[in-house]
Design a protein around this ligand. Sequence first.
Ligand SMILES: Nc1nc2c(ncn2[C@@H]2O[C@H](COP(=O)(O)OP(=O)(O)OP(=O)(O)O)[C@@H](O)[C@H]2O)c(=O)[nH]1
Length: 235
Amino acid sequence: MDKESYDYLVKIVLAGPSGTGKSCLLERFVKGRWNDEIQHTVGIDFASRIVIVGMGNQQKRIKIQLWDTAGQEKFRSVARNYYRGAAGAVLVYDITNKDSFCELSSWVSDIRAMAPSTLCVVLAGSKCDLQEQREVSTEEAAEFCSAKQIASAHETSAYSGTQVDDCFLSVVSTILTRIELGEIDPQDQSLGIQYGDLSSSQPSHNTSVTNWWASITNWDDLVRLERQTRSRCCL
Ligand SMILES: Nc1nc2c(ncn2[C@@H]2O[C@H](COP(=O)(O)OP(=O)(O)OP(=O)(O)O)[C@@H](O)[C@H]2O)c(=O)[nH]1
């Protein structure tokens, strides 16, 4: 089997206030390393990683396409557009910054307003290596999750790697379970999921259907594809 093969491609967005560590989480998850020279995200960044989810013969290879949105207020309206068509979202706050936690309600509203109703959200409390500076308790985060119907809460550290894989795997596992239960239809192009080359359930009439976002690996791809989509709309 080709190591690039997968059963499903899944679009996941990283969202949350500026400086909470979204880009560092992406770097840790995709490249497995800590980078202390990361700059503020301008607009959006992309990365992907294939993970294996499930047990025994139910195992699936899922290619996660991560969209890292900018948290700075001046980019917020741009970032909002990219929540559209996401299958999952990792909503990030900083456990050492109470303000970042208090802002989360408005981020949840933004994401849910733009994303499909099937969106699966998980919460990541970042920088858990800085316990002595903690301003948000684990209990507060858990309460927020149940109040906002968020699937799970994780305390992560991009610095040490703690809980980073668990956090992303939990959002993908939830999505996979919902596909298996028939609650999410991977053939519906608006839901942020696409069959991959390993998928046995992909009906033959759908083999040529590709989501417009599936081939994006960088900002230039996004601009080019958006232009193509716009020009097609005008025909
Ligand atoms: N100690 C510690 N610092 C972290 C961690 N993750 C991120 N940081 C620091 O937090 C700051 C912001 O990190 P970024 O990843 O750029 O934050 P962001 O959420 O992507 O910010 P925007 O791009 O503005 O939305 C940087 O100085 C990082 O070094 C962590 O797990 N532990």
